[in-house]
Design a protein around this ligand. Structure first.
Ligand code: SF4
Length: 320
């Protein structure tokens, strides 16, 4: 949960998650829908899917226990070199280096390493320094200390160098490069995309929800049927694909913009009324009619949750 996300954001999610899944077996036995529902709003959903798969792999291959070998940890979904190292260093004092965002920042500044840390040669250098700095004992304390130093004192903007235990020897501080290290990635303009979101309700006031494919954005989450805005015949295609007939001229609802790490998505919700539909339209594990209360308990992307919570949408459902 803490990958790419700050502690304050994570706390409530973590507590709800641990209440429901207090151990590996409980998580492994859960339905993916329930896991994603508890992850809903935290973003980067691949982490939730990977955690669930990792729990199942631990149940099936390691008798439900975390292995203590680096290679076995690395083989689990969602665990990379730094996470595997952190697990072993923090839980068993094993001397493995880590290189999360906070540690990268401290090392890049302390040793004055320029170049974007995502570049292979810069990352190699930082990994080597991280390994060289490992103490012979108290690896767990040292590792936690480095992570905390990066998260609190050596923060991205306005680091508190005056309170830093490394200040005397810090090369970035000596050379006045603190603000420019680590070197940021060269920003490309972020592409813009647009999509329609169809709010289709049946005569009972239930909305049609569709489970998204397991990979890609919002993978495995429930969402409103979404159609690319540049798809000319989107309406007809949607009707044919789902044996649905909609009354023409859907109503435009207030639009919203959602920013992903690699593009910005303009979403235009449209409320559409049904003319007719095949009785089995939602007899599928991936397409269902849901009342708002039921939908809000599922794993929904944050913008979809926001749309379904709008008073007008609730009123439309109530007046069906
Ligand atoms: S002296 Fe400043 S820049 Fe250097 S490690 Fe400490 S907080 Fe970071």
């Amino acid at each position: 949960m803490l990958q790419q996300t700050q502690v304050v954001t994570v706390i409530d999610y973590f507590q709800r998650f641990m209440d429901r899944f207090p151990n590996i077996l409980a998580l492994a036995e859960a339905e993916m829908d329930e896991v994603l529902a508890l992850w809903s709003g935290l973003g980067y959903y691949a982490r939730g899917r990977n955690l669930h798969r990792a729990a199942q792999q631990l149940r099936d291959e390691h008798a439900g226990q975390m292995p203590l070998e680096f290679e076995a940890l690395l083989a689990l979904p969602g665990i990379g070199r730094s996470t595997a190292g952190a697990i072993l260093a923090l839980s068993h004092n094993q001397p493995w280096p880590i290189l999360d965002g906070n540690v990268k920042r401290v090392l890049a500044r302390y040793f004055s390493i320029s170049g974007w840390p995502g570049e292979t040669k810069v990352a190699k250098r930082l990994w080597a320094l991280s390994a060289d700095c490992l103490p012979e004992q108290d690896v767990a304390i040292y590792t936690q200390g480095m992570m905390d130093l990066g998260a609190t004192i050596c923060s991205r903007s306005k680091p508190s160098c005056g309170q830093c235990p490394l200040a005397l020897d810090c090369q970035a501080r000596q050379s006045g490069q603190v603000a420019s290290l680590p070197t940021p990635r060269k920003r490309k303009t972020i592409p813009e995309r647009a999509a329609w979101l169809l709010l289709v309700r049946d005569e009972h006031g239930r909305w049609l929800l569709m489970r998204r494919p397991p990979t890609g954005i919002w993978g495995g989450l429930w969402s409103l049927p979404q159609i690319d805005a540049d798809n000319e015949n989107y309406w007809q295609r949607f009707e044919i694909e789902h044996s649905i007939k909609l009354i023409p001229d859907p109503e435009r609802e207030p639009s919203l913009i959602h920013t992903f790490s690699h593009f910005r998505l303009h979403l235009q919700p449209l409320t559409a009324r049904l003319e007719s539909y095949a009785a089995d339209v939602a007899d599928s594990p991936d397409l269902r009619w849901m009342c708002i209360d039921e939908a809000q308990k599922m794993g929904l992307p944050a913008p979809i949750r926001e749309i379904l919570a709008r008073p007008k949408i609730a009123a439309l459902a109530a007046n069906s």
